[in-house]
Design a protein. Sequence first.
Length: 344
Amino acid sequence: MAKTGPTHPSADEQWAEPHTSPKRRIEDVLRRQKKALQRELNTISGEYEQALCRINELEAERFERVSEESGTHTARLVKNLETREQFYKRKAQVLAKTRRVLEDEMVTAGSVQRLFVPESPPHDVPGVELAISYTSASKTSGDLYGFRHEQDRGILDLFIADATGHGLPAALITAGVFGAMEALRFVGARDSLIPTLDAVVGAMANRKLAMTFFSATFDYRRFRLHYSNAGHCFPLIVRGGEARSLAQSELQLGMGGPRESDGRRHAVALADGDVLLLYTDGLTEACNARGRAVGTRRLSEWLQNLHTQPVDVIRDGLASRLEHFAGTTPIDDDVTFLVARFCQ
């Protein structure tokens, strides 16, 4: 047998890759993948941080821009409000001045209007005692009344009227009626008084306002009362302790409708001690806290209870009862009433 010596690796075998197990190769692959994933994770983390920084920068820029825009808008709003405030202040000053002027004019109008009505009734008329109560709800009034004593004819003319509402428009109507009556002067024109005043009120108010009107003539020689009523509250007359109404009436002044009597007057024979009450609707329409009005029935009872007293006492008694009835409820209409006692 031939003897063999030790063998030496060839050159190819000497530089060949050492033998590795499958497990080792898997671990190497996983290690390399882990390193690759770590690098990718580091890259993503860096990009995320950069994105967050950019987002913060954008938010800061947006906040600053919004703040600037908000500040500009707020400044414009404040300036606008200041401009409006100045405008309304100037307007308020103009309105306050206008109001003062109007109030002064109303005071002047009220002063002029009071010249239309006598402060007290005549006291030198035979056969009658008179008392008057006149309360305006504002500086001017829609109520009107008056007297005219003609001694040579033995008569006393008296009237009471109430324009629609109260205040300046009503006061203008009363001024027109007063002027027309002064022009007529009750002399030779009694039958045409109502038609004439109807035309005057209609022309002034253009059929938008009206006036109630009651006029009477006391003939103290014949002891009779002649009267006309254009839609006014029915006067009350107390005889023998019983009150009744003088119920004849026609259209209000200014309505322009046909009139049955064409202004002609009614007549009533008077008796000694008769008490006559003329009044405007402010008296009967005054309400208490429950919303109940005085009304004609209650007013008749008041007058019946007072009719034996002197006319001044009757007037004050009616005013006192009205005040007590209304209580704290304001009376928002003019109140005028006239008391007459006829005596032979």
